[in-house]
Design a protein around this ligand. Structure first.
Ligand code: TRP
Length: 472
């Protein structure tokens, strides 16, 4: 792509294509000079190639690009050469120590910022102080949240959908972020929740057996249940179990499959000719729970109950596709709330990953392990010596211990005081780490205690298709 067209959004490219098409026709009609016509045709062809690269779709005059036509690799950013952020369902990385530039991501993905006005509105409608994840911009982006609130204010209820890819038994604190927030949403809005465990997805993408993936789904479900979900309002399902048992769910999967082309998923997810066909059709399976009639036992066959999906921003490609296909199969588009990533201990250039034990605080870690990992691995924004630190102060914007405190420390005033003291140099790195350790240790110990209380019988109950408390 040239510098000029790579900066264009799908819509801008589409408009240039329409204009260039008109120009070629005009030149031909006017029987213009052959070299002039050739040059115009060359540019038209080039624009078509660029359009396909950016949207994954062929250009068709009269049909503008759809919502899911967003660069799958987030490749060359429109606004600067320094942009090295990669964000998709399988990779998250940036060269910036402060982490991914989330404002740019909103522009690139075409979502909306969760601004103060929306946070205030959620507070008003829910009648509760907004969760710290909202107060602190950890859930930072959304699609159609205002519509969900409009409907809720008119006594039209909605349901929540989130999920987890069970790739191992070991879950880390970062995995809890969407669940902690979803639990809050369930409590304040008093609505049903479905949680998809994509054991099929992990089998398709990783070198794991189906048996292991299914076992991880059940094990992970225990950690999820330990977050405090209400069994009367929550259905947790393994795809391997539920897909085959629910005619309605599979019917929706097939409908979605019929209305999304290989070209489209290539554009959205970057699949290639050598990816197995399981991967290519999987996005339909992650899309299906966004439609209420996939769960007749809960919604009595109704297809019009709005769905709200809290998830990390890397899952957005699935739901861009879902929102694109929804009106074509007669369903409402799901709304979304997107979170930032939970940074790795080594720094915000990448997210916490269970496959790198030194990057993660696991839900099974002992107090001593937590202390050692934070002290040894948590990237510090402090200065090299105490003298220098006292003199120049630390940088909380790149400091992982401080970032973790923004996720887990409830008290806003205390957090602000820590930020100021660290920035001024009054608070040393060792002291900051101690504050984090003292926050994480009881939090994880309490999680472990709650998880111990989760019996096999309870897991079975959560994972059995059944009616939930729901008044629409
Ligand atoms: N694909 C997700 C993962 O790997 C799991 C998932 C399925 C999910 N459905 C979801 C996550 C809905 C968030 C919302 O973790």
């Amino acid at each position: 792509m040239t510098d000029r067209t790579e900066a264009m959004s799908p819509l801008e490219l589409y408009e240039s294509l329409m204009a260039q098409g008109d120009k070629v026709r005009a030149l031909k009609t006017a029987k213009a000079d052959k070299t002039e016509i050739d040059a115009a045709v060359q540019l038209l062809l080039k624009l078509k190639v660029d359009y396909k690269q950016v949207t994954g779709q062929d250009y068709k005059a009269g049909s503008p690009p759809s919502e899911s036509s967003v660069v799958h690799d987030n490749g060359p950013a429109a606004d600067g050469a320094d942009d090295e952020d990669t964000v998709d369902p399988w990779n998250v990385s940036t060269t910036n120590a402060k982490g991914v530039d989330y404002d740019k991501l909103i522009v690139r993905f075409g979502s909306s910022k969760i601004d103060k006005e929306l946070v205030d509105r959620i507070e008003k409608v829910a009648g509760q102080k907004p969760h710290r994840f909202l107060r602190r911009g950890i859930f930072f982006s959304h699609r159609d949240m205002h519509q969900v609130l409009d409907a809720y204010e008119k006594n039209k209820s909605f349901y929540l959908y989130t999920g987890r890819g069970p790739s191992s038994e070991a879950m880390h604190v970062g995995h809890l972020i969407p669940f902690i927030f979803t639990k809050w949403l369930q409590d304040v809005f008093d609505i049903p929740l479905v949680i998809q465990m994509t054991d099929d997805e992990k089998y398709l993408w990783k070198d794991l057996t189906l048996e292991d993936c299914h076992r991880f789904a059940v094990e992970n479900a225990k950690d999820i249940i330990a977050c405090g979900f209400d069994v009367n309002k929550t259905f947790i399902f393994s795809d391997l179990d539920y897909m085959g048992s629910s005619r309605e769910f599979y019917t929706n999967v097939v409908k979605i499959q019929k209305h999304v082309t290989f070209n489209q998923v290539k554009g959205i997810f970057g699949f290639t000719d050598s990816d197995c066909i399981g991967k290519i059709s999987f996005p339909a399976i992650q899309a299906a729970p966004s439609f209420s009639n996939s769960f007749p036992q809960i919604f009595g066959g109704r297809k019009d109950i709005p769905c709200l999906i809290p998830c990390a921003i890397d899952q957005d490609p699935y739901f861009r596709m879902t929102r694109d296909v929804a009106p074509r199969i007669g369903y409402p588009k799901p709304a979304l709330l997107h979170s930032t990533f939970f940074p790795a201990l080594q720094g915000a250039q990448t997210k916490m990953s269970a496959s790198d034990p030194n990057s993660s605080i696991f839900l099974t870690d002992t107090p001593k392990q937590i202390k050692n990992k934070v002290n040894k691995h948590a990237f510090s924004g402090g200065k090299d010596t105490v003298d220098e630190h006292r003199k120049y102060g630390g940088n909380p914007d790149v400091d992982v211990s401080f970032m973790y405190l923004t996720f887990f420390l409830e008290d806003d005033e205390q957090l602000e005081k820590i930020r100021q003291d660290y920035t001024s140099g009054a608070l040393l790195t060792g002291e900051l780490k101690k504050l984090l350790i003292e926050t994480l240790q009881p939090m994880i110990a309490e999680h472990q205690e709650r998880r111990k209380q989760v019996t096999d019988e309870m897991v079975k109950q959560f994972m059995t298709p059944r009616p939930l408390n729901f008044n629409c």
